[in-house]
Structures are given as C-alpha cells and as structure tokens.
Design a protein around this ligand. Structure first.
Ligand SMILES: NC(=O)C1=CN([C@@H]2O[C@H](COP(=O)(O)OP(=O)(O)OC[C@H]3O[C@@H](n4cnc5c(N)ncnc54)[C@H](OP(=O)(O)O)[C@@H]3O)[C@@H](O)[C@H]2O)C=CC1
Ligand SMILES: O=C1O[C@H](COP(=O)(O)O)[C@@H](O)[C@H](O)[C@H]1O
Length: 491
C-alpha cells in the first residue's frame, strides 16, 4: 500500500520529550516534505504540559530549525507540515483525560490510527488500557513501543502482556532504530543478493566478526534513565544483538516480516550462554573517567550531574559471543560498545580466513587476509580489503593490501541519506512490520542478557575504568588479543 495515499492520525505520547522533538517530529517533517505521507494526515502531540496548539507548533518549529539542515527547511514545506500538527493535554495515568483525545479522533474520517509511545516503558500498559477504555482503539490501529522494553525478561514480559491485552501482535511495532539505518538495510542486500558473499558467509571462510558501536557522547543529562539501564540494557540487548542477528542469520525464504524474524530468533537461541569462567574470558565491563573528547575536557561518569556515588553501572561492554550452530561453530563474534569513546563509529567487520597454503613471500603472510567492513556511521558504506600485486618492475611479486570502497553518500541517487526514524515511520504508516521487533526476539535477547546482568548484580563490582576519549578499558583489548585478533577502527 502506498503510504502517500494512507490517511493517518499519528498520535505521539510524550510529544514534548527528547525523542519526539529530536527525532520523530523532524522525521515526519522530512516525509511530508518529500510527499511520502498524505498531507491531510494529522500529527497529534500528547503530553501533560498545559500548552495550546500554537505553543506546541512553535516548539516543534524550533526543533526543526535545530535538527534539520537549513536548505531542507523551505517555507512551503514548513507551512504544510505545521497545518498537520495538533496538541492534546493528557496525564497518561488519568483515564478521564483521554475523553478529549477520543472526541478528536472520532471527528475524523476513516483513518489509520497510530499511537506512538515515546514515553518511559512504565507508561506503555497504562496508556494502552486508558486508550481502550476511552474507546480510542479499533482493529486497524497500530501502536509503537520504544526500546528498551523492560529491564529484564520478567519486566519485558509484564509490559508485553499488558499491551497485548489491547493490541494483537500484528498491531504492535517495537522500535529498534538501528533496523532503520541505511547500511543495516543494505546488509541484507549485500548478504543475500550477492552470490560471492552468500557462498562464503560461514565458518569455512570466516575466521571472526567484530561489531563496534562506539559513541563519543556521554549520558547527555540522562543520569536518571541511564544509571538504571547501563550500556548492556541501553545498547547491547537491542541494537548490538539486532546487528549480530542480521549478520549471522540464515537467509529467510522471502522478505516477509515473520520469516526474517524467525531467522533472527534462531540466532538468539543459538548464542552460547556465558557461564562460569567465561565471565573472565568473554566479558569486559567499563566505566569512563574524565578525559578529553575533541580537545575538550569532559567529566567522568561518576562526576556527571545527579551521579550516585554508589553506582556500579557500566558505560562500556565488550563481549566474545559464540554461536552454536553449523554456520558459525568456532567463529567468535566480538562485540563492543561504549559511551565517551575516541570516536563515533558503528561498524561490522567480517574477517575472512587465510588461504590454506601460502605461496608468496612468508614475510607477507599476515597481510594475506580479506576484510569486509560494513560501516553504519559515520560515512555509511562498505569496503572490501583485497590483495594486489604491488605495481612496477622492481618489486617482484610483492603484495599490497588495498580497499574497494562503496561510499553510500557518493553512490546514492538521493541527495541525502534519510534518518533511521524516517524509514521506520514510513514502514509503520504502510503497515509493514519487517523492520520492527517481534515479542519473541525481545524475550530471547533478554534471556541471554539476563544471565550477565544477574552475575554482575551478584558480583557487585565497579566496572573497569577507561579515560573518556580512549577506546575503552585495556581489558577489552586483551579479550580479543588473546585469540590473536585485534579491534579495528579503520574501514
Ligand atoms: N531520547 C532518545 O534518544 C531515545 C529514547 N528512547 C526511548 O524513547 C522513550 C522516550 O524517551 P525520551 O524522549 O528520551 O524521554 P523524555 O523523558 O525526554 O520524554 C518522555 C515524555 O513523556 C512524558 N511523560 C512521562 N510521564 C508522563 C505522564 N504521566 N503523563 C504525561 N506525560 C508524561 C514526559 O513529560 P514531562 O516532560 O512532563 O515529564 C516527556 O515529555 C523512552 O522509552 C526511551 O527509552 C529510545 C531510543 C533513543
Ligand atoms: O538507543 C539509543 O541509541 C543512541 C545511539 O544511537 P545512534 O543512532 O546515535 O547510534 C544512544 O546514544 C542512546 O543512549 C540509546 O538509548
């Protein structure tokens, strides 16, 4: 179904919050500007602040000026977008407050109702119940939940149970915004459309895989949320495990949502649990201390505003993950993610095995490897490290490692790479669940993470320190080096 023709009421709960103002409103603006959503659709901001529609529109306009490039903000598009906006004041836990929303929705013609929960997860159940009691739900409506859903398997199940009293699984869209990133989408094309990679993507040809999601930002004033979550819940349970699944899964029979999700679940189930001595060899937890980012001194985690001196929360995790199936037996997946690292870098690097017999100069053996890097950010693209003969008469048969680069910003026919939320919102409006996470994926991901989180809780140890602006604790280097490998920050 074309999204352009779909008339929707998009109701954003938490419309004055960080996510809504920084990501959702700008993404919806871009979709409207590119004529990808029907401009007779409505975007209804819902929050508890006592403001009128004009103030809401004015706040959204400020956010657009902050988060959208100047040359993408033209008067005509802005005016058309503003005419789509409306505001409704609701305290999410007050059932009475939903009457206003109900009357606003019912005065509309036959539209797809989309309820986007950009709120703390503790609100997902109460909002669903209040929407239902106020008569706002119908069989065609959809709801969107942000991550992380819960803080462990039990709490995630409780939230999913509450929500599924009011929505069927086909109406629930669980967001992991990494699934909307251009290069993540391209991973499927690369793996499943290219026979060259399709035939090599297994333990016969791949020696190990690295997944790095490094951030330069700290916790951005979100101590209250982050200290409860930590990097494991904030990034690993969702974004990193989704990247791992898309890298490791078997080809689905077709591109339908459930077949893709079935394959991802198989990977999550095949991940070896971390037990016993593996806690010393397969896991590193870190926490940043003060340091320099881009020549500016930044505070350590324990000096951030609101810090609790008793906190043992990690801001960095490195893992060696083993997948017990035919495709990946013996191939370690090294994962690392952290805040306040030396650079913003998200990439997946596939290291291919060496040739079984080496016929060139022995001193060049170490060079003789192919490495495929899929870069999510910055500078989205794919590069393949290949070996060439060093040109010229005097060099004999000397090898030289060079890369074949595909930079998306140069190769794209579009004038810009859309933000992940644009793609996800578009798919949501179209009613396509491919890029959203099914309940059992969340459950298996939590199950795997819970064993680590429980161990850390029991251990009650402070994470290992690393200076802001570095690549993490030394122990993370040792984790990979003891297998004869190392982390790569280059492409
Ligand atoms: N920000 C981000 O980059 C990301 C956020 N997420 C997820 O998105 C969700 C929203 O996050 P974020 O935008 O950062 O959070 P914020 O705290 O910035 O926004 C939450 C919004 O919900 C409102 N709210 C909370 N309780 C109530 C209530 N009882 N009645 C009415 N309004 C209420 C808040 O209003 P008030 O201001 O009045 O308290 C606020 O506007 C969370 O689930 C988070 O985990 C996921 C990925 C990234
Ligand atoms: O979900 C989250 O993601 C961001 C990182 O997203 P990116 O698209 O900028 O890589 C992270 O900073 C935040 O803590 C987390 O909640």
């Amino acid at each position: 179904m074309s999204s352009h023709n779909t008339l929707s009421d998009i109701v954003i709960f938490g419309a004055m919050g960080d996510l809504a103002q920084r990501k959702l409103i700008p993404a919806l603006y871009q979709l409207a500007r590119e004529d990808l959503i029907n401009k007779s659709s409505r975007i209804l901001g819902v929050a508890r602040q006592d403001i009128d529609k004009e103030t809401f529109i004015s706040d959204c306009t400020k956010s657009l000026h902050r988060f959208i490039k100047k040359d993408e903000l033209d008067k005509e598009s802005l005016a058309a977008f503003m005419s789509m906006l409306d505001y409704c004041k609701i305290n999410f836990t007050e059932a009475e407050n939903y009457k206003n929303l109900q009357s606003t929705l019912t005065t509309q013609d036959d539209r797809t109702r989309i309820f986007y929960y950009a709120t703390p997860a503790s609100m997902f159940g109460p909002i669903s119940q209040n929407l239902s009691e106020a008569g706002c739900l119908n069989e065609q409506c959809r709801m969107v939940m942000e991550k992380p859903i819960g803080h462990d398997l039990i709490s995630a199940n409780a939230i999913n149970d509450q929500v599924s009293e009011f929505f069927s699984e086909s109406q629930i869209y669980r967001i992991d915004h990494y699934l909307g990133k251009e290069t993540v989408q391209n991973l499927m094309a690369l793996r499943f459309a290219n026979p060259l990679f399709g035939t090599q993507w297994n333990q016969n040809h791949i020696s190990h895989v690295e997944i790095t999601v490094a951030e330069q930002v700290g916790i951005e004033g979100r101590w209250g949320y982050f200290d409860q979550a930590g990097q494991m819940r904030d990034m690993v349970q969702n974004h990193l495990l989704q990247l791992l699944c898309l890298t490791a899964m078997n080809p689905p029979d077709d591109l339908s949502a459930d077949l893709i999700r079935n394959e991802k679940v198989k990977v999550l189930k095949a991940m070896r649990p971390i037990t016993g001595d593996m806690h010393n060899t397969h896991v590193v937890r870190g926490r940043y201390t003060k340091g320099m980012i881009d020549n500016t001194q930044v505070p350590g985690y324990m000096e951030e505003e609101g810090a609790n001196p008793k906190s043992n929360t990690e801001t960095f995790v490195a893992l060696k993950v083993e997948i017990d199936n035919w495709r990946w037996a013996g191939v370690p997946f090294y994962l690392r993610t952290g805040k306040r690292l030396a650079g913003k870098l998200s990439q997946i690097t596939i290291h291919f095995k060496q040739q079984p017999h080496f016929i060139f100069n022995e001193s060049q053996r170490n060079l003789a490897q192919n490495k495929l890097t899929i870069r999510l950010q910055p500078e989205e693209g794919i590069s393949l490290q290949v070996l060439n003969k060093d040109q010229g008469l005097s060099n004999g048969m000397r090898l030289r490692s060079e890369s074949l680069n595909l930079s998306f910003s140069q190769s794209t026919t579009q004038d810009r790479i859309p933000d992940a939320y644009e793609r996800l919102l578009l798919e949501l409006i179209k009613g396509n669940q491919n890029l959203f996470v099914r309940r059992d994926e969340i459950e298996h991901a939590w199950k795997w993470c819970d064993q680590l989180l429980d161990h850390w809780k029991m251990e009650n140890k402070a994470p290992q320190p690393y200076a802001a602006g570095s690549w993490g604790p030394k122990a993370a280097d040792l984790l990979i080096m003891k297998d004869g490998n190392c982390w790569h920050e280059d492409q």
